[in-house]
Write a protein that binds this ligand. Sequence first.
Ligand SMILES: [Mn+2]
Length: 354
Amino acid sequence: MKIAITADNHLTSQDRNSERFTAMEDILHRCVEFEVDILVIAGDLFDHANPNYAEFETLYSEHAPPDLNTFIIPGNHDHNLTGKGFILDDVTVFTKPKVLSLENAEIQILFLPFREGATMGEEIAPFSEELVPHRWVLISHGDWIKGEKYADPYEPGTYMPLSKIDLDSYKPFQVFLGHIHRPSNYERVHYPGSPCPLDITETGLRRFLIFDTQNGKITSHPVNSPILYEEETFLALPLENELAYLESQIKERIHSWSIPEGWEDNVYVRVNVIGYTQNRADILGSVNLHFAPYHFYNQEGPDLSKLNYVDDPDRAHLTRQVKNWVEELNWKTGSLYPGKDQILIEALKVVYGA
Ligand SMILES: [Mn+2]
C-alpha cells in the first residue's frame, strides 16, 4: 500500500493563489502515476479558518484517481476544519485523534489533529496500549523538539510539540508532520514541507512524500509548483579572471538547486552580488546571462548595491594573497564557526577599508 503525504498547502482561492492549487493538482497527478492508495494531508490544507471547500473539491474531483482515499487533519491555520464541509465520499477529516488499522498492511496510523496548547505526547498517551511499538505511524501538525526535554508548550512560537522522549516512549515507526514549511527529515521525523512556497523565504525545490507500507521505505518526489523561489549571494573579487570566478560560483549554485529540466520557467530568483570588482557592468552582464532561463524575483534584477568598484593593483594583489591564505586554512566547519567565505569578506573589509 502506498501512502502519499503532503501538508501546508495553504489554499486560499483560485483567484488569489492559483499556484497553490496547481501544486496540489500536480500531487494528485503523481498519485495517479505512482498508484497511490491513500493521500494524507497533515494540516494547513487551507490558509485560514473559513476555507473554500468547493474549490478544493472541484480540483480534487477532476484530478484525483478514482480509488484514492484522502485523510485530512486540521493544522493551526485551519484548526476548525470539519468533514461537514466536504461532500466527497472519499475525503475524510479527522477532527479528533484517531487510530486507523490498515488491512493487509499490518500497520496502524495515528492521526492527531492540531490542538492548541496540547503536546503530541499528551495526545498519544491515551492510545499507548493500543499502539504496537515500531508498527505504527504518526501523522500530526506541530514542532519537532530535538532536545531531550519537553519544550514549554505555552512558550510563544511552539506549536503542539513532539519530543524525543515521546519518540522513545511510544516508538512510532515513522512520523510525518505538517507545520514546518521547509522540507526536512530528522531521523524518523519527516516534514514534507509546503508544496508551493508561500513567499521568498521558502526557497528550494518543493516535494511530497510516499510511504510504501510493503517495504517501509519513504521516497521524496518533487512537486511541479508553478512558483519556486531561490535566493543567492555571490562574492566578486578583483582577480585577473574575476568573471570566471563568479561564473563557477553561479554554475555550482544553480546545479545545487536540482531543478528538473523544463522547470526553469517556474523559478524566481533573488540574486545579490557583493564584494569588489574592476568592472561592475561586466558582472551585471554575466549574472543576467547565467540567470536568463529563470525569472528575477519581483522583476527586481540582480542587486549590486553592495558590489564596490575598485581600481588599485596593490589591493588587488593583496586580495589574491588573502584569498589563497583563507582557502588553504585548515578550518573547522559547522554552525559555530564562520565559513571561509565570511572570513574572506571580513578580511577584504580590512584590505579595502569598506
Ligand atoms: Mn503551515
